[in-house]
Ligand binder design. Structure first.
Ligand code: ADP
Ligand code: MG
Length: 467
């Protein structure tokens, strides 16, 4: 069969199948597929990863074969063979047989199909990924759920819904682990994918070195010819004009080819000082998700996982003690475990609680927290104070009488509960994090010159903490 005939057959079959499958599912699994050949009773189909093969086999294979048989009369078709192809090869083939589908890849960018048995390890090495960082070893809890969900969608479902994915949060909270897990998962499915992990600092250093050694083109090629770029700690780009310019072009080149971009930082794009507006708006254009410090339950879960990984046997009471007292971040939790372990190494008996207390004394925070507030509690006190209804504050109405309490709510959720802008937006009926930032800033600025407002907020706070 000619390429045109193959294409026509595939198109007809998929057209029929599409009616019976949900739209999103269909797009996910068949968007990047081509019919390669029909050889007697065997059909060869090209897809982009092994995940797709499993899925098609499990859910659509029988239907596909019978539909194909309706359209193809020469032989009875019985079997499908699958081949994994580079995205560029699929795009190219489609563009040849169906010129309406404009290919975004130029010839020089198209890579040849690679055999899929290249060791994932090898591919991982050239991507700078640490194989230890996987989804399997990542504990999910309320404070990282959103970031994790987006990462999983990109890493295992080939989703392009979150582009760019921008994850921010404090040190030691798992940003690097999570984003590298995406890269590792993608390479595990398809070792021919080009994945690059780079810290912002290394990107900068390489860029500068490429200019001084006259190899700027090589640098460009390296970073603009990938399926996934993961850039860690992007806040360090602040104030570096040349690197920002270069990254702006890298970003656009990848984005236009529908390649995935993942970034991390310690703050939202709008708060990185010295970051050009054109970059900050691009960084915010996809999904912005935060990771907050783990709560007690999650700290316990993490300790249990780490003990298992390392083969430590600790009493539940000791795990609880560490979880309740080492609160700041996950790197510290790991540090506490190592300290306990070092302590153990010099004695033959299992550690007692007081051994552990002694060992990690320096890590335990003194004078613990003020009263724990809930979002709903803060909301209801504000509603009472301004005599408005909860629905009006959370809802979309823009009357002045609701906007004010809403902004005060944004301010207090941030200030008193330490909630992130995206989470506050989520709580307030799905508002964008930039809206929340704007509300927060407005109150924050006004407080400095409006003593009436200051008084109101003080009264609200008193009511919040009243026992
Ligand atoms: P960040 O990049 O946010 O500073 P890292 O990703 O370097 O933090 O994480 C610090 C350490 O804590 C790493 O050893 C990582 O494996 C571990 N860690 C962080 N989050 C988790 C998690 N949710 N589950 C398991 N380990 C975690
Ligand atoms: Mg990091």
């Amino acid at each position: 069969m000619t390429p045109d005939e193959l294409h026509a057959l595939w198109k007809a079959a998929l057209g029929e199948l599409e009616v019976t499958v949900s739209g999103a599912n269909f797009k996910t699994w068949f968007k990047n597929s081509i019919l390669l050949k029909v050889d007697r009773s065997t059909i060869s189909v090209g897809v982009i990863n092994s995940f797709t093969i499993d899925w098609i086999k499990k859910h659509f294979e029988n239907d596909l074969i019978s539909i194909l048989n309706k359209h193809y009369k020469k032989h009875e078709l019985k079997k499908i063979d699958y081949t994994i192809l580079a995205q560029s090869r699929i795009t190219k083939t489609k563009a040849i047989v169906d010129p309406n589908q404009v290919s975004l890849l130029s010839d020089s960018q198209a890579t040849e199909t690679k055999p899929t048995n290249i060791s994932a390890q090898h591919a991982a090495n050239s991507s700078n990924l640490n194989p230890r960082y996987t989804f399997d070893s990542f504990v999910v809890g309320s404070t990282n759920r959103l970031a994790h969900a987006a990462a999983i969608a990109i890493g295992t479902k080939d989703s392009k819904d979150y582009n760019p994915l921008y994850i921010y949060g404090g040190v030691g909270l798992g940003k690097t682990h999570l984003i590298q897990a995406v890269g590792n998962a993608i390479l595990k499915q398809d070792a021919s994918k080009k994945v690059i992990y780079v810290s912002c600092e290394n990107f900068m250093n390489e860029f500068v070195a490429s200019i001084s050694s006259g190899k700027k083109d090589e640098f460009k090629k390296r970073y603009r010819n990938v399926d996934l770029i993961i850039m860690d700690d992007i806040q360090f780009i602040a104030g570096k004009v040349g690197t920002q310019e270069e990254f702006f072009h890298t970003f656009n080149a990848l984005y236009q080819q529908n390649k995935q971009i993942i970034l991390t930082s310690d703050k939202v794009p709008q708060e990185i000082p010295g970051l050009e507006a054109r970059l900050s708006s691009r960084f915010s254009a996809g999904m912005v998700a935060d990771i907050q410090p783990p709560d007690a339950e999650m700290r316990r879960a993490i300790l249990q996982v780490k003990c298992q990984e390392k083969g430590y046997k600790l009493d539940p009471e000791i795990i609880n003690y560490i979880a309740d007292n080492v609160e700041s971040n996950i790197r510290e939790l790991e540090g506490a475990l190592t300290t306990v372990q070092t302590h153990l190494a010099v004695s033959d008996t299992p550690p007692t609680l007081s051994d552990v207390q002694e060992a990690i004394r320096g890590m335990v925070k003194q004078n613990k927290k003020k009263k724990q507030l809930s979002t709903d509690h803060v909301n209801s006190i504000i509603c009472e104070y301004y005599n408005v209804e909860r629905e009006d504050v959370v809802g979309p109405r823009r009357h002045k009488e609701y906007v004010r309490p809403r902004q005060i709510l944004m301010y207090l959720l941030k200030q008193e509960l330490g909630m992130s802008y995206p989470n506050i937006g989520h709580y307030l009926g799905g508002r964008d994090h930039t809206t929340v930032m704007h509300g927060f800033d407005k109150i924050d600025k006004e407080l400095k010159k409006n003593s009436d407002l200051l008084g109101e907020i003080q009264e609200i706070k008193e009511q919040l903490y009243r026992v």
